[in-house]
Design a protein around this ligand. Structure first.
Ligand code: SF4
Length: 432
């Protein structure tokens, strides 16, 4: 036992099964109340407690199932915020209760210095930002389009692990990423992240062999102090929308494409946009066009695809393009999706959905209602609030919604047919 004395009790659980302790309160109350041998005072106190605080003996899942707050209270909290982020709107649509714990209560998991998926993601983004900044500064010296294309081609030909190393070193100067500078991490996960960064850039270059698009804006944060902010309105109150666009490329004709780097495979999903759990890219388009009204964003790309298994040493080589065919297929699939003005329809729908989400937040509904779609998207999977909401995979709320071909097609059709006046179309994600 001594060995465990210094350890902490973790109340969160990422596992699939409920923890019996989450149901312990009801049992404990019952046992104390009906225990014939317990002192009378105990029984009396339990009786008073249950009368005055009936919530105390309820299971967490029952409380979370119908949890809500008075609308004026939520409004007063939300009004204090300078802006609302796209990720917080998505979070509400993934699960209102999780939104409540994370954004309204502002609870956080304690940071632990360890190799974690979110830190790997930060590292990958930093590597891509630093390396593409290098290209952007070289492009500034070019006199015309031809010279810019030649510079981009020479730069892309240098992409390799060695090329990435100085950027990796620089990235580890960030206090949060210091750990990745240690040999144990740099030699393993570090090499893998450098390979991933280099491959991502090589794939984007190969996808656009003519270099029609060249990177222009990196880590573009909005609202921008000198540019028009993008506003979302709910209950008569304007909220400034905020977010961070990883990269925006511009074509010679002034057309823009937005790129979001991903650590794991991701394609755009009509169903996720319909559910409001992936509003990011279409809302970024709106924000960018509000800031630059003379530019049009026509393509939205997620740069994240399936790679070789990490234990296959051959996958550490740079530029094995045939093996990485999935990357090109993913980019081509997404590119095709945005033909014929589809991005404008998606942005219209996303804007409406975002405003609808804000209205729902302000109304105070924070019930635990996770949107679980098939087996691919499940917000409960990595949620740290299992014990707070009484997570149980057997509860009705844990049943997945269908994500078959018919549902996907219906979502796509609803979004493409949507116009701003057509309020009914986007309501009730569970209707698909
Ligand atoms: S575990 Fe699932 S239901 Fe519970 S708060 Fe998290 S996302 Fe919501």
């Amino acid at each position: 036992m001594r060995k465990y004395e210094a350890k902490e009790t973790l109340l969160t659980d990422y596992g699939k099964n409920p923890d019996p302790r989450w149901y312990a309160a009801t049992v404990a109350f019952r046992m104390l109340r009906w225990n014939k041998e317990a002192p009378l005072e105990w029984k009396e106190s339990i009786r008073t407690l249950l009368k005055e605080l009936p919530e105390t003996a309820r299971n967490a899942d029952e409380v979370a199932d119908e949890f809500s707050l008075p609308s004026p209270l939520v409004m007063s909290v939300m009004e204090e915020q300078d802006s609302v982020s796209v990720s917080m709107l998505q979070q509400y649509n993934e699960c209102p209760f999780r939104f409540f714990t994370q954004y309204l209560l502002n609870t956080k998991e304690r940071l632990v210095a360890d190799d974690m998926p979110n830190l790997q993601g930060t590292m990958l983004h930093r590597l891509l930002e630093l390396s593409v900044s290098d290209l952007v500064s070289r492009l500034e010296a070019a006199r015309d389009r031809q010279e810019r294309q030649a510079i981009a081609q020479q730069w892309e030909a240098r992409l390799s692990l060695d090329f990435m190393r100085p950027f990796y070193q620089k990235a580890t100067e960030d206090a949060r990423l210091l750990l990745y500078g240690f040999p144990d991490f740099a030699g393993g996960v570090g090499e893998r992240l450098m390979t991933r960064a280099s491959d991502t850039l090589a794939m984007l270059a190969r996808f656009d062999l003519q270099n029609d698009y060249l990177p222009r804006w990196l880590e573009w944060y909005f609202p921008h102090s000198s540019l028009e902010p993008y506003l979302l309105e709910a209950k008569g109150h304007p909220f400034t929308c905020r977010g961070l666009i990883d990269r925006a490329d511009e074509s010679p004709g002034g057309v823009v494409r937005l790129i979001d780097y991903k650590r794991s495979p991701k394609d755009f999903s009509w169903l996720d946009l319909f559910d409001g759990t992936d509003l990011q890219m279409p809302l970024y388009k709106r924000a960018f066009e509000t800031a630059y009204p003379d530019r049009s964003v026509e393509t939205l790309l997620y740069a994240g695809w399936k790679t070789e298994h990490r234990y296959n040493l051959a996958a550490y080589g740079i530029g094995g393009f045939d093996r990485k065919f999935e990357a090109i297929k993913s980019l081509e699939r997404q590119n095709k999706m945005w033909e014929e003005g589809a991005a404008d329809h998606a942005a219209n729908f996303a804007e409406h959905k975002a405003q609808e989400t804000l209205e729902a937040i302000l109304s105070g509904d924070f019930a635990a209602k996770p949107v679980i779609r098939g087996t691919s998207s499940n917000p409960c999977k990595y949620c740290p609030w299992h014990s707070a909401c009484g997570f149980d995979h057997r509860l009705p709320r844990s049943r997945p919604l269908a994500d078959g071909r018919a549902e996907k097609e219906m979502a796509r059709k609803n979004i493409l047919d949507f116009d701003q006046g057509d309020v009914g179309d986007s309501q009730g994600s569970s209707s698909i």
